[in-house]
Design a protein around this ligand. Structure first.
Ligand code: PBG
Length: 335
């Protein structure tokens, strides 16, 4: 055969690495860590094999394990000792994350990012204090509509400012607001600057979808909404252009890193943001993405290490610079 093009030439073992377009390093990864103020011992998270909620006394040891695997950054999530309608324990100076932060930042070299949201702290499980939303037709004559409850956007911003500054005071290296409130990045940026934390970057969950892939996380962090869903603030999975708009708004408000969440079902969104913006792009390979690979592997249907590696490499290929993933430690060890 007289073939001019034989792409297989470059697929031989000795040249593969030289021509590979994407690489995955342990330093691309961020490991989520759950700190639980309600327990004195580690509690395994059933739907996320290998992950546990750790008590405050154990958080330094937990972060050391992550560092030993070669991962340099962690994202802390907190389970508070009590909840109320406004989520006040989220900004308490003796709150679970604030206490964990003081220990982890003074005793380890980890780069510590905190998730800033209210859903784990409110007793109703929504991402901010609630208000009644009067629908237009409820105000007119005729059968009145039931008022529906929704998250009070602007009241939530005030709470997010308090949470972010309390995290920064306790030593957070980076703040990651995940509540999808309008104006959250700008509000947090001004609050941090006013408190003297101009140097603390914001990684915005800029395009966070209302996704069914968060199920295992909501068990883990005890943050499922007690009624309704998060459709009135998280994004519709049908929309990609809207993600660019969200990112543009966050860029205008001073976000440093733009996150897309979940990752695998939204690779098109990651790649569109990569093309249109010059900010670092983060992707959150969420709990459901982790759980489904584990479940299939447990049945012997998939090779866990191989599919995890392929997933993370694909997220990078799509355009992510950094990846939050429950596979962080395992993959870092493998690399
Ligand atoms: C909420 C938050 C959620 C996740 C991260 N931060 C849950 C939600 O929005 O319901 C999900 C992460 C995962 O599924 O791994 N602050």
């Amino acid at each position: 055969m007289d073939l001019t093009h034989r792409p297989r030439r470059l697929r031989q073992d000795r040249i593969r690495d030289l021509v590979s377009e994407t690489s995955l390093e342990p330093t691309d990864l961020i490991a989520p860590v759950f700190v639980d103020a309600t327990t004195n011992e580690r509690v395994p998270i059933e739907s996320m094999p290998g992950h546990e909620r750790v008590p405050i006394d154990d958080v330094v040891a937990r972060v050391e394990e992550v560092l030993e695997a070669g991962v340099e950054a962690v994202m802390l999530f907190g389970i508070p000792e009590s909840k109320d309608p406004d989520g006040t324990r989220a900004w308490a100076d003796d709150g679970v994350i604030q206490e964990a932060l003081r220990r982890v930042t003074s005793e380890t070299d980890a780069y510590v990012i905190t998730d800033v949201c209210l859903c784990e702290y409110t007793d109703h499980g929504h991402c901010g204090p609630l208000e009644e939303e009067l629908r237009g037709d409820a105000l007119e004559d005729g059968p009145a509509c039931e008022p529906t409850m929704t998250v009070d956007n602007d009241a939530t911003l005030t709470a997010l400012e308090k949470i972010a500054t309390s995290h920064a005071r306790a030593g957070a290296d980076m703040i990651a607001p995940s509540g999808m409130m309008d104006g959250m990045v700008g509000a947090i940026r001004s609050a941090l600057d006013e408190a003297g934390f101009e140097g603390v970057p914001i990684m915005s969950y800029a395009a966070k979808y209302e996704s069914a892939f968060y199920g295992p996380f909501r068990d883990a962090a005890d943050g499922a909404p007690s009624f309704g869903n998060r459709r009135h603030y998280q994004m519709d999975p049908a929309n990609a252009r809207e993600a660019l708009r969200e990112v543009r708004l966050d860029a205008d408000q001073g976000a440093d890193v733009m996150m897309v969440k979940p990752a695998l079902p939204y690779l098109d969104v990651i790649s569109a943001i990569r093309r249109e913006f010059d900010h670092p792009v983060a992707a959150y390979n969420v709990s459901g993405e982790y759980a489904m690979l584990h479940a299939a592997a447990e049945k012997g249907w998939l090779d866990l290490e191989a599919v995890a590696l392929e997933s993370l490499l694909s997220i990078k290929r799509a355009g992510a610079d950094l990846i939050l993933t429950y596979f962080a430690e395992d993959i870092a060890r493998q690399l």
